[in-house]
Structures are given as C-alpha cells and as structure tokens.
Design a protein around this ligand. Structure first.
Ligand code: HEC
Length: 201
C-alpha cells in the first residue's frame, strides 16, 4: 500500500546549480584573506601613527637611520688587536716615556683626520708632545695595510668612546686620497712636519 515515493529536492534540480561558485575558489579566497590578514598584522602596524606619520616618504626618514659604520669600527678593532696593541696597549694609554697614548690624544681627536692618516701611512719619528708628555721614538709605516684596514683602524681609534675619543669615522676613500700625497715623502713624518700640513688636506 505504500506509495512509491519520489524524492526530489527542488534544490537538486535547480537550474542555478551549474552556476554555483566552485569550491576551490571559495577556499582560495578564504586563504587569500587569511594570508593578507597575517601580512597586515605583521607589517601594517595597525595604523599606528608612528608607522603612518608624520613622515611622508622614506627620504624624510633617511637622516634618522643609524649610521652604518659599525662594520668599519669592528673591523678596525680587529686590525688594532693585531697591529697596534703591542705598543699603544689595549687600554690605548701606551707606555709612559716610550709609546704615546691614543686615548684622549690631540693628534687622534683632530676634527680633520689628515695628519693621523699620514702618521699611520708613513710612520712617525722624532720628538712629539702628546697630552703634555714628550716622546722621542720611532713608529714604522703601516702603508702595507689596505685602505680599508687603515680607514677601519683609524675609525676604531677615533671613535673609541671607552678611551674618551669621539672624532669622526675615516673611510677607505679618505685613506686612498692621501696615499699619493705621501708617496714621495721619503721616511716617517716628524710631528713638526705634520703640524705644517693642513689637517683638511
Ligand atoms: C712598534 C710600536 C708601535 C706600533 C705597533 C704602533 N705604533 Fe703608533 N706610535 C709609536 C710611537 C713610538 C709613536 C711616537 C713616535 C715619535 O716619537 O715621534 C707613535 C705615534 C702614533 C700616533 C701619534 C701620536 C699619538 O699618540 O696620538 C698615532 C695616531 C699612532 N701612533 C697610531 C698607531 C696606529 C693606528 C697603529 C696601528 C696601525 C700604531 N700606531 C702602531 C709606536 C707604535
């Protein structure tokens, strides 16, 4: 007595079924939104004013970026430990009566590094006054070191805050520029000769 049942859901026969959004597209869209949200969460700064203002361009921010001479300073530290430490000491204080100090030295802390670059390239001899103390000895030339090593070690010495030095960094290009000027100078400089040279030259 049971009647044959004819189940036919209207949806199954709906002519729109063929036009339904494919499942992969839904999954893809959801994934895209998810990844986008993660990206925004990670880098968007949530519209924080420090991220979105008050600067309008990267160029405006440029002067506030940390200076990137940390590499040069660290390279110079290694050069110093190999080349200079025997005489000028790890403390930079030298040895009284023998090797003059680099810590606090007026020769090291000159605004323009021309004289210090020359002293390191060609060496130094004869009487010299450093921080009120007299020395009369000889430093051999270090011109066999590369421009980069000399720039680095001078930067390390001039910017060594632990030694109380706070002069500017010296680039390898500055050393390269002075090399031809001291090539004709036969031997180590004397302090008197250095004083006659403009430190900016
Ligand atoms: C063998 C010992 C010796 C070594 C190594 C040496 N120096 Fe010197 N340095 C001297 C002496 C000695 C003088 C002083 C020369 C004089 O009496 O005229 C001097 C002077 C100086 C001066 C100028 C005076 C001052 O105290 O500020 C500077 C700058 C300097 N040296 C830097 C360096 C640097 C940088 C290195 C490593 C690349 C180095 N020296 C390695 C012995 C040395």
């Amino acid at each position: 007595m049971s009647q044959p049942q004819h189940h036919s859901s209207p949806a199954a026969e709906s002519p729109e079924q063929g036009a339904a959004i494919p499942i992969w597209l839904i999954v893809f869209t959801v994934m895209l939104l998810y990844v986008g949200a993660l990206y925004f969460d990670d880098r968007g700064g949530w519209f924080h004013p420090q991220v979105y203002g008050p600067y309008n361009s990267f160029a405006e921010l440029e002067p506030y970026q940390p200076k990137s001479d940390g590499g040069l300073f660290n390279q110079g530290k290694a050069v110093y430990a190999k080349t200079c430490v025997a005489c000028h000491q790890a403390s930079g204080l030298g040895t009284p009566g023998q090797f003059p100090p680099l810590a606090g030295s007026e020769w090291v802390n000159e605004v323009e590094p021309g004289r210090m670059i020359r002293a390191v390239l060609n060496g130094l001899q004869g009487s010299i006054k450093v921080e009120g103390h007299d020395f009369n000895n000889v430093m051999v030339p270090w011109n066999s070191l590369s421009d980069e090593d000399i720039g680095a070690v001078i930067t390390f010495v001039r910017q060594n805050k632990e030694w109380g030095n706070k002069a500017s960094a010296v680039t390898p290009a500055q050393v390269q520029a002075i090399r031809p000027k001291v090539k004709s100078h036969p031997a180590a400089f004397t302090a008197d000769e250095l004083l006659k040279i403009s430190p900016a030259d």
